[in-house]
Design a binder for this molecule. Structure first.
Ligand code: SAH
Ligand code: MG
Length: 225
């Protein structure tokens, strides 16, 4: 075994120790390292997708051949860059309500050389989704091939419905953090997200639990029927 394997993995293995090993072998490239560092310097919360999850998003975008991509929740744009890398000429629309985060993301898109094919829409995601839906309905905009939902979790049901409306048969939808710290997210006043997902006639879906730097987490992978 290589010397890069932390002692803790042998002694008392924890998910983030294993992530440290994986990240050592399957490295972030320099651009993504710079993006993460710039986001940290700007004081953004460290809640972007992990290195491995980011690569998974890139692969999913690539495997699905996604050209028009929608992201809900930009932060510093780490996951946006991963999504944009899935296909060379793809276009990403990403929604963010914090102007300061959006400014950091814009700078990161320039760093990654993708600023010409990423559009950040500022404001409440629900408002922006309504506008995007109207543009798609009126034939002004193509439906999205891929939607990544990763914003305020209490709106996940709403975002899922908009994702279906802004997509078409075959659209891939990923919802991050539907499991958090080993618990399914529940909403006291609304039907639970997972229950809605299970009953949604428009979707084929699964939930995959994960362990790693984000502790015991999980995401939804779905396809519009
Ligand atoms: N997808 C990013 C992380 C996003 S964190 C990555 O993995 O790199 C969630 C983001 O959603 C935050 O930047 C937060 O400001 C934004 N957000 C939260 N509520 C929102 C809302 N109602 N409308 C738009 N953006 C929102
Ligand atoms: Mg997330």
């Amino acid at each position: 075994m290589g010397s890069y394997i932390p002692k803790a993995v042998h002694v008392n293995p924890m998910p983030d120790d294993v992530d440290a090993v994986l990240d050592h072998i399957l490295l972030e490239d320099e651009v993504l390292q710079d993006v993460r560092a710039a986001s940290r310097r700007a004081g953004l919360p460290a809640i972007a997708v992990s290195t491995q999850q980011g690569k998974m998003m890139q692969l999913l975008a690539s495997l699905s051949g996604a050209y028009y991509i929608l992201e809900i929740g930009t932060l510093g744009g780490y996951s946006t860059i991963c999504l944009a890398r899935g296909n060379q000429n793809s276009r990403v629309t990403t929604l963010e309500c914090e102007p300061r985060y959006a400014a950091v993301a814009q700078e990161n898109f320039r760093r990654a050389g993708i600023d010409n094919r990423v559009q950040v829409l500022l404001g409440s995601a629900v408002d922006r989704l309504w506008e995007l839906h109207c543009q798609i309905r009126d034939g002004m905009l193509s439906p999205f091939d891929f939607v990544f939902i990763d914003a305020d979790k209490e709106n996940n049901v709403t975002y899922l419905n908009w994702a279906v409306k802004c997509g078409k048969p075959g659209t891939v939808i990923v919802v991050d953090n539907v499991v958090r710290e080993g618990r399914c997210l529940t909403q006291p006043d609304k039907l639970d997200f997972l229950e809605r997902l299970g009953h949604n006639k428009h979707l084929d879906a699964c939930v995959i639990q994960t362990v790693g730097g984000k502790t015991w987490d999980g995401f939804t992978l779905a396809k519009v029927k």
